[in-house]
Design a protein around this ligand. Structure first.
Ligand SMILES: [Zn+2]
Length: 320
């Protein structure tokens, strides 16, 4: 029996899931990587995580035939090099080589390994057995810390000439506008990404002594969920939500007009946890799509959570 492994490598945690040949899930494990994010250290952590998962689920690590690694960032077309992963602080890292080296401590012959854009992996997972199962034409937009996208056309992932298709978050909405994490200006992510929204919400909370905003003055997580619940009573927060959803709606609607997807998959922490934000976004987006592309479009939310990325990565690496 040949097994497949799918990883989801984030800036804070790494998760792995093992699958059999027909992609039936066997079991998974996770490990924190926040404190050690150099490529060699992460490779060692992943190799140990895989070895532990194999032991726990009674899989001989020598029988793992392929490994897919979902990583947020821009990757080389051959699936070896991480060109730029801001969450991990990596640039031009041949991560396949690092992982092969680290796996050498656990197994004689290393399996085939491929790095895969995390959103491509997630959307592919949702296409295999999740929210857009079997749907051949999908535009996915994930609004989380940043704004990411992936495109399925005719049942295949659209990768682009340089493997960088789908970077919808870096569509420009203001010429010479706010600086974005990518180093350019005026990207929609600089107006609607979670990092930006949190910064704006914190400014409002600090400049306003209303008791209702107390929950936004701490360092706890889920500020945006709290802000979303308060937005209708707080014009300043609502204004931030209006601006972000205006820009996002234009970008998403134009992409739908261009691509004519059957399904629009809207996910990510902000879009999934902030109910008002999501409904404002959808109410603004739909009418802006050209009628012929709008009439039969279906709106979905991801249904597999973190598992989608590991399933997708395992399958994409298997086919490479
Ligand atoms: Zn950008």
């Amino acid at each position: 029996m040949i097994y497949r492994a799918g990883f989801d490598v984030g800036g804070t945690n790494a998760r792995v899931h093992l699958f059999d040949e027909s992609l039936t899930a066997i079991g998974g494990k996770r490990e924190r990587i926040r404190d050690a994010t150099g490529p060699k250290e992460v490779a060692k952590t992943l190799a140990t995580l895989l070895a532990d998962a194999c032991e726990e689920f009674d899989v001989d690590i020598a029988d793992v035939g392929s490994i897919g690694l979902g990583i947020a960032g821009q990757l080389s077309a051959d699936g070896r090099t991480v060109l730029n992963a801001p969450n991990l602080g990596w640039r031009d890292v041949d991560f396949v080589e690092s992982l092969e080296e680290a796996l050498g401590d656990h197994v004689e012959k290393t399996p085939s390994i491929r790095v895969i854009n995390d959103l491509n992996a997630q959307v592919w997972g949702e296409h295999i057995e999740g929210a857009v199962e079997g749907v051949e034409d999908v535009l996915a937009v994930y609004v989380g810390t940043g704004v990411g996208g992936a495109i399925l056309a005719g049942g295949s992932l659209v990768r682009g000439a340089d493997n960088n298709a789908g970077e919808i978050g870096h569509s420009k909405v203001v010429v010479g506008g706010r600086p974005c994490g990518c180093g350019e200006n005026g990207c929609v992510e600089a107006y609607a990404g979670g990092i930006h929204l949190e910064r704006r919400v914190a400014e409002v909370a600090h400049n306003n002594d209303d008791e209702a905003l107390n929950g936004l003055r701490t360092d706890e997580e889920n500020h945006l969920g709290v802000a979303d619940e308060l937005a209708l009573e707080h014009p300043e927060i609502l204004e931030i939500w209006e601006e972000a959803t205006d820009y996002l709606a234009i970008v998403i609607a134009n992409a739908c007009t261009l691509l004519n997807p059957r399904a629009l998959l809207i996910g990510g922490g902000v879009a999934e946890n902030c109910t008002l934000f999501r409904s404002m976004l959808l109410q603004k987006t739909i009418p802006l799509i050209l009628r012929v592309a709008r009439e039969n479009i279906e709106i979905h939310q991801p249904s597999l959570g973190d598992f989608a990325g590991m399933l997708g990565a395992a399958d994409l690496a298997k086919n490479s």
